[in-house]
Design a protein around this ligand. Structure first.
Ligand SMILES: [Zn+2]
Length: 992
């Protein structure tokens, strides 16, 4: 070899292509028949389909149809004892059905007519010769409306295949290793030598070529080498650019392929996450499912993640995320005999600061994601670190350097080591290989490459390992770990806090409805009738809610058909949930003579005094925590609301605040009489509706870019502002806006006699494209941070753009409120179904509606209704009860007519308002009651929980309702010490 290295590298590359042409020295035709259908039909229906003859290169029909092919194979006599493959390229995803079962997926080329991603199916490793095989192939009219490019059988030459991958690895090393490294030179020499000795037309020369390869590939690593654990994966979005029905097919294509490859490669391991995907296989593809289970037993097919689906982690409530694990982990344990110990959520748009505690409580110690490598401004500094949540819980966290759908090319492997950020403290990282997003998983060539790379000088040591094996090594190896405290904010996709607003509203409503049903049904089960707890129906409804929290559904990044399914699911949850709530109420308080009275039922942890409306009559009712009170129709002595009009505007005033609404609809002033403080910055206006231009650079439904703040237009003055209610207990103003020539907003601003909270109820007709509606409140409060409610807690984020980390958070997610406070005074902005906020300087903004067009051209078009409220408060947000108000604003008192002779009753109370009883439900596996509470102020404390029911024992358990530790139940209650933001789950057993 002369010193012409680049020319030699090119020579090696060309030779790779030449070997590939020898893989199938002979081919034979198949017979083809097909029919097309717009529906996703079963195999048994498809078998009887109206097949007609088909041919390769025949133009196919409409996009998104399913094409069922019947493929008749006759293996030539001469191919006896040889390996025979079906070769298929349909520019789409397809599934091979054999003897009634899905046996393998096939994936066409992304470009029309190119090399398929997975184009071969092994018909037999050893043919008899002359046998006939009939296959059915279910091809989706997926991403290209192009014909079937290839359908034939090929005589497979395994010797050429082995030579191909030996040579490919060597040629890639020669190209990818640093040119001045010893191994690059050695690879170049070995590859060149192989080309010289190997005559592809003469198989007798091949062994000599392989011997050269074997000698090169046998050079082992030194002791200091990095260890790469690898696992096959096919990231499978539960819905995205395809509906749930297609995901079920993606599941059996991906999983059957994985199982088939395990027959060929005994060390092959594949990880499947999301309990829901397995449940679909269990109910719809039982034969495949039993093969999966068998491979789970051999340790090759690895169920992972612990959650029902891979959920969004910004928007679901804390309880929802616990249920993701409770329902998910129970499935994994029941089906596969063990809980998952890792949370597998590679592709999610930010991770809230309570996740470490939620994971820990659900039996999870390890966390895997990759998404933060997408950060716009600040890349994460570590690949492996301890992540510490807002309560101090920690999980060992790993970001696989090459993301969640890597290849196993030499270049990728080298890049994987280079991108690992903790070489000074760790030697372990993870490689997830296989096609993903729409499933698919690893290809044969990925495994062939890996097989040659396990321990070779020049590359890291590579071994296929399960998540558990990897994380255990990772934990043992990592020393002096970096600790990251608080949320893992994704500096991208910030539009997902707002896009598809109806889905987000339905999610919030469903969460609280199921919360109410569980509390009331628990009481009913221990009430006079000992009613049956609707366990099965609640599990069914929860599964629907959890499913729709998938990381492309709830965030708003899916196609329209996904939202049609989702709307239907929520209709079901809301209708069935409402029925269950009514039933539970009726069972709890059965009719017993006496005239009908109105009961106000409070399903929340905090007591409340509110104005309620019964048959057109307003009255004030005070309802205790988690209980009820009778509504007294007699007039209340509360100081009344005054509504006064002047030229400047309308003033709503009660004993707490005075609000001035201008004639243009804006809030000129909100004066807190208790604190003697004005809430709105002098000279500015609050409740200012603004429409921003919202043209992200990429990822339309996902992204809002920082520059949207620079291009804004204030909504015109209101068309009308008028008083619509002047009652001593309540004053309301109706405001009507044209948001533009095509969109309108009707707003009702309300102040009651008993609360400083100023409510804004909105009905919007939204017809914009690429616009972002927000409401602004320039507040008369200076603080370098704002506080945002997250799951089971809250956290601070800066109100300035000092550094790139601060700037990156120009739009952030929150649960029910954000608050800006000074010592002594502050204001909270509450919402009933919104999740996007931004506070910059003294400007407090709530994000209301977006209008992206891709991937759903009609996203958010049409009618919307939502509420927000401004709550000024003396003292800190904790002292002022902002957290409880966030719950009250979302969960109205339930009014129910009863003729039961009941008096006011509270079933559960806590002695300290810092502690919130979030959830009361029946235990999964017994008649005990689960009470979940959390410390909401971020402070250490002691709290007493009292319960009016006849409790026998109380134990503390984890979120899976296991690992019980006995506590002392005395005098109707238990006393607990709590840590800041600690979530505590108690199991109360009743005396019978
Ligand atoms: Zn995904």
């Amino acid at each position: 070899m002369q010193k012409h290295f680049e020319i030699t590298r090119q020579r090696l590359q060309n030779f790779t292509g030449e070997i590939a042409r020898h893989l199938y020295p002979q081919r034979a035709p198949v017979t083809l028949a097909f029919f097309a259908t717009p529906d996703r039909i079963s195999y048994s229906a498809a078998r009887r389909g109206p097949y007609r003859p088909a041919a390769v290169n025949q133009q196919s029909g409409p996009l998104r149809f399913t094409y069922w092919f019947k493929v008749g194979v006759t293996i030539p006599q001469a191919w006896r004892r040889r390996e025979v493959h079906l070769l298929w390229n349909s520019s789409a995803e397809a599934c091979v059905w054999r003897a009634g079962q899905p046996v393998q997926g096939l994936t066409g080329s992304p470009a029309s007519g190119g090399k398929p991603i997975r184009g071969e199916y092994i018909l037999t490793r050893s043919a008899q010769g002359g046998e006939r095989v009939t296959l059915h192939i279910e091809a989706t009219g997926g991403f290209l409306n192009s014909p079937l490019h290839q359908a034939e059988i090929g005589l497979f030459d395994r010797a050429a295949w082995d030579l191909l991958w030996d040579f490919t690895v060597i040629a890639e090393l020669a190209r990818e290793l640093p040119a001045d490294s010893p191994r690059a030179g050695q690879a170049l020499a070995a590859g060149n030598q192989i080309v010289n000795v190997c005559n592809l037309a003469d198989r007798r020369t091949w062994p000599a070529a392989r011997a050269i390869a074997a000698k090169f590939l046998a050079a082992r690593n030194g002791d200091g080498q990095h260890n790469l654990s690898a696992i096959g994966h096919g990231h499978l979005d539960t819905a995205w650019l395809w509906p749930l029905a297609e995901t079920k097919r993606k599941c059996y294509r991906t999983f059957s392929t994985a199982v088939a490859m395990m027959d060929l490669y005994p060390d092959y391991k594949f990880v499947g996450s999301a309990a829901q995907h397995f449940e679909w296989m269990k109910t719809e593809q039982p034969a495949l499912y039993s093969k999966i289970k068998q491979r789970v037993r051999t340790g090759q097919f690895v169920p992972a993640g612990g959650s029902w689906i891979e959920p969004d982690c910004n928007i679901p409530s804390g309880e929802s995320l616990i249920r993701q694990f409770l329902v998910g982990q129970r499935f994994f344990r029941n089906e596969f005999g063990r809980y998952c110990r890792e949370f597998w959520n590679p592709d999610v748009f930010g991770y809230n600061g309570q996740l470490p505690q939620i994971m820990r409580g659900a039996g999870i110690e390890f966390f895997l994601t990759t998404k933060l490598s997408w950060n716009q401004l600040n890349k994460p500094a570590s690949s492996t670190f301890q992540w510490e949540g807002i309560d101090g819980s920690r999980v060992l966290t790993h970001f696989p350097p090459m993301g969640y759908s890597s290849t196993t090319n030499v270049g990728t492997i080298l890049e994987s080591v280079k991108s690992f950020k903790d070489h000074e403290r760790a030697r372990e990282s993870y490689l997830l290989f296989g096609h993903g997003d729409g499933g698919g998983g690893p290809t044969l060539e990925m495994l062939e490459r890996l097989g040659r790379m396990q321990d070779m000088d020049g590359l890291p040591r590579i071994t296929q390992r399960t998540p558990q094996e990897f994380f255990q090594r990772c934990a043992a190896d990592l020393h002096d770990p970096i600790v990251w405290v608080g949320e893992l904010y994704l500096e991208l996709h910030r539009g997902t806090y707002t896009t598809q607003a109806r889905t987000k509203r339905d999610n919030r409503r469903s969460e609280f409805l199921l919360h109410d049903v569980e509390f009331l049904a628990t009481l009913a089960a221990h009430g006079p009738r000992r009613s049956r707890y609707p366990t099965a129906e609640l599990v069914r409804l929860w599964k629907l809610v959890l499913l729709n929290q998938f990381h492309d559904i709830l965030p708003g990044s899916s196609r329209p058909e996904v939202y049609a399914d989702s709307a239907e699911h929520y209709r079901e949850v809301l209708a069935s949930g409402a029925k269950l709530r009514e039933q539970a109420l009726a069972q709890l308080l059965p009719a017993q003579g006496a005239g009908p009275r109105i009961l106000a039922v409070n399903t929340l942890s905090a007591s409340r005094t509110e104005v309620v409306e019964v048959a057109g009559q307003l009255s004030v009712v005070s309802a205790p925590a988690l209980g009820y009170a009778i509504v007294d129709p007699k007039p209340t002595a509360a100081p009344p609301v005054s509504v006064t009009e002047s030229k400047a505007g309308i003033t709503l005033e009660n004993e707490f605040v005075r609000a001035v609404i201008r004639r243009d609809g804006r809030l000129a002033s909100l004066f807190d009489k208790r604190a003697g403080r004005e809430t709105i910055q002098p000279g500015k206006i609050g409740n200012n509706l603004v429409i921003f231009d919202d043209q992200p650079n990429a990822w339309d439904a996902w992204d809002v870019d920082a520059f949207h703040l620079e291009k804004r237009s204030d909504v015109r003055a209101a068309k009308s502002v008028r008083v619509v209610e002047r009652h001593p207990l309540r004053g309301s103003i109706a405001v009507e806006y044209d948001l533009s020539d095509v969109s309108t907003l009707k707003q009702t601003i309300t102040l009651t006699a008993v609360s400083p909270r100023l409510d804004f109820a909105n009905v919007v007709e939204w017809r914009e494209r690429h616009k972002f509606l927000k409401v602004e409140f320039p507040v008369n409060i200076r603080s370098d941070h704002a506080t945002y409610e997250i799951q089971f807690g809250h956290l601070n984020r800066p109100t300035h753009f000092n550094t790139s980390w601060d700037l990156a958070r120009f739009e952030v997610s929150a649960q029910r409120w954000a608050d800006v406070s000074e010592p002594g005074f502050g204001v909270a902005l509450l919402n009933d179904c919104k999740y996007g906020y931004s506070v910059h300087g003294q400007m407090l903004r709530l994000s209301l509606l977006r209008a992206p067009v891709n991937p759903d051209a009609q996203a958010d078009q049409g009618a919307h209704s939502f509420r927000y409220a401004l709550l000024p408060h003396p003292g800190t947000l904790q002292e002022a009860g902002v957290i409880a108000e966030g719950y009250r604003f979302n969960v109205p008192l339930l009014l129910s007519a009863t003729n039961s002779p009941v008096a006011e009753q509270s079933f559960f109370q806590v002695s300290d308002p810092a502690v919130v009883i979030d959830t009361v439900k029946k235990a999964e596996d017994s008649g005990a009651i689960i009470v979940r509470l959390y410390e909401s102020h971020g402070a250490h404390g002691r709290v007493r929980l009292n319960c009016a029911l006849p409790i026998k024992t109380v134990t503390r358990c984890n979120f899976l309702e296991e690992g019980e530790a006995q506590l002392a139940w005395r005098n109707g209650g238990v006393t607990l010490a709590v840590r800041p933001f600690q979530i505590v789950t108690l199991k109360l057993a009743l005396r019978r």
